[in-house]
Write a protein that binds this ligand. Structure first.
Ligand SMILES: Cc1cc2nc3c(=O)[nH]c(=O)nc-3n(C[C@H](O)[C@H](O)[C@H](O)COP(=O)(O)OP(=O)(O)OC[C@H]3O[C@@H](n4cnc5c(N)ncnc54)[C@H](O)[C@@H]3O)c2cc1C
Length: 331
């Protein structure tokens, strides 16, 4: 690969990909803007946004009061995301803006788009970052679990720009729309507006509220002895108007569906209340619950790692505690 020498001084500011589908901004965009705001506060960088889509009409409303300097709107004739076209538009925009940092959501769309952009610019890409810090020398320290979650790797891209990072949904805190500065919206054109991909058919998947969107979650771990015992935890979740999730242990046993798994290789969650039942607190599980406001942990082992982060640790047998809890809540 050619060694491209870049002048880092020419690459400034932060570009956030604002994912937009059918008049809706994907909520991950507000989480990325939140992280970009922190990075901008420490570096003096400005935050730019890029929106690509068809009939991008509501963006102004949806982005009002966020700390963005400019938002570039690219109109396409395409109803749906097309990786090759979006990459060309995005890369064209990067060439104009020359951002030091580009943040993209770790969504199916973002995961398809970001490696294409990194290849185009022969630059690094760190997927699924759990933390991002900008150094004084403008290098972005991209932190994420590595080697099966056993270490937290710090990755930098010292010799190339832009620095590309993706972040999974719910890993970063969303920013509140409390900013007063007027955002400049710039309509940009990109030609040719074509793609080599043809979408033959598209049918929307019915939208159900997944565990990533729940305010209250009960989590079952391997402390649950039999599959039938999950009924008790389902009841607890149900009377709290929440949902039952699980560790990977129970997914591997085939007791829980994989879309209910929380953690590094499952979902990241941000509930107001999370009740773990018979969960030890492995690094991989904890990687998915950093955003929970309140954690109640029930475990028989006083040394269980989950107690290190639980707001309300309960050392005891879930088979005694859960039925009591259900009784009390029902009362
Ligand atoms: C690459 C990789 C990715 C992974 N990704 C994930 C992931 O996304 N999510 C995930 O969860 N795991 C993941 N894992 C697996 C992870 O390492 C752990 O094996 C898993 O999280 C353990 O699940 P657990 O807490 O349910 O079980 P255990 O670690 O076996 O813990 C069970 C706990 O139950 C307690 N207990 C037992 N009986 C009772 C009782 N009667 N009442 C109360 N407490 C009781 C025990 O004291 C123990 O602490 C991953 C592993 C790898 C290598």
């Amino acid at each position: 690969m050619d060694n491209i020498i870049i002048n880092k001084e020419e690459w400034k500011h932060i570009l956030v990909y604002i994912e937009y589908h059918h008049n809706k901004v994907h909520p991950i965009s507000y989480q990325l803007i939140g992280k970009a705001y922190e990075l901008a506060s420490s570096s003096g960088y400005k935050i730019y946004g890029i929106v690509i889509g068809k009939n991008v009409i509501l963006s102004k409303e949806q982005l009002r009061n966020y700390p963005l300097k400019k938002v570039f709107l690219y109109e396409t004739e395409e109803e749906y995301f097309k990786s090759d076209l979006y990459e060309k538009i995005f890369s064209n925009s990067i060439r104009k803006i020359k951002p030091s940092v580009v943040l993209i959501g770790g969504t199916p769309e973002g995961r398809s788009l970001s490696p294409r952009i990194s290849t185009e610019f022969k630059t690094g890409l760190t997927a699924d970052c759990t933390e991002l810090i900008l150094n004084e020398d403008t290098n972005l320290v991209q932190i994420r679990p590595a080697f099966g979650g056993n270490i937290m790797a710090q990755i930098i891209t010292p010799d190339a720009r832009p620095q590309l990072a993706t972040v999974r949904y719910n890993v970063m805190k969303p920013i509140e729309p409390i900013f007063q500065d007027e955002i400049e919206f710039v309509r940009e054109e990109y030609h040719p507006n074509d793609s080599k991909l043809t979408i033959l058919e598209a049918s929307p998947i019915p939208k159900t509220k997944g565990i990533a969107e729940q305010d209250i979650l009960v989590v079952a771990g391997k402390g649950v002895k039999k599959k039938e015992d999950l009924v008790m935890l389902e009841e607890l979740a149900s009377i709290l108007d929440g949902e039952l999730g699980s560790t990977r242990g129970l997914v591997e046993k085939g007791w829980m569906r994989s879309d209910k798994q929380i953690g590094l290789s499952g979902h990241s969650v941000r509930p107001k209340l999370l009740i773990t039942c018979g969960v030890s607190g492995s690094v991989q599980f904890m990687a998915g619950i950093g955003g929970a406001d309140n954690i109640i942990a029930i475990n028989t082992d006083p040394d269980a790692k989950i107690f290190n982060i639980a707001h309300y640790p309960i050392c005891g047998d879930l088979y005694e505690i859960i039925p009591e809890l259900i009784k009390i809540i029902k009362k």
